[in-house]
Design a protein around this ligand. Structure first.
Ligand SMILES: [Zn+2]
Length: 143
């Protein structure tokens, strides 16, 4: 039977007991004050290396990157930036030429749309059935 460590909070003491493995996580009465003492994970700061990466020993399936816990192993890192630890990069501001080009494209689109609307054609230039065209609201007669 293996040896396990338990910590009693009121006494602030640690004691070891040899117990069967299946009872290891069950709290044990403290030898001094006989209150329940929970088990200490003695492998608290233990690391192991798996796939060349350090991992915590009670293996939670997580990895460690530059002293921080991450869920996935870093692939294709640039420099030492882990994708989970670095905030996503902001998009570069568009250049002045790009802004004007986009504005012109939008203006052209709006113009084409209004043209199509006027002549009853859709975006590809096909004639729309009369029902699909916008109708003028009926004139109101003021009495
Ligand atoms: Zn105690």
């Amino acid at each position: 039977m293996p040896l396990y460590e338990y910590h009693c909070k009121p006494c602030n003491g640690i004691f070891e007991i040899i117990r069967p493995m299946r009872e290891a996580s069950v709290a044990v009465p403290c030898p001094e004050c006989s209150r329940d003492a929970p088990r200490i994970m003695s492998s608290f700061n233990a690391f192991t290396f798996r796939d060349g990466y350090p991992r915590r020993l009670p293996d939670k399936g997580t990895f460690w990157h530059m002293g921080k816990e991450v869920k996935k192993r870093a692939k294709r890192m640039s420099w030492y930036d882990h994708p989970e630890l670095t905030p996503p990069k902001r998009k570069p501001r568009p250049a002045k030429g790009e802004i004007t080009a986009a504005r012109e494209r939008q203006a052209a689109r709006a113009k084409a749309l209004s043209y199509g609307d006027r002549w009853g054609v859709d975006a590809r230039g096909f004639r729309q059935p009369k029902a699909a065209r916008k109708r003028k609201p009926a004139r109101k007669t003021i009495t």
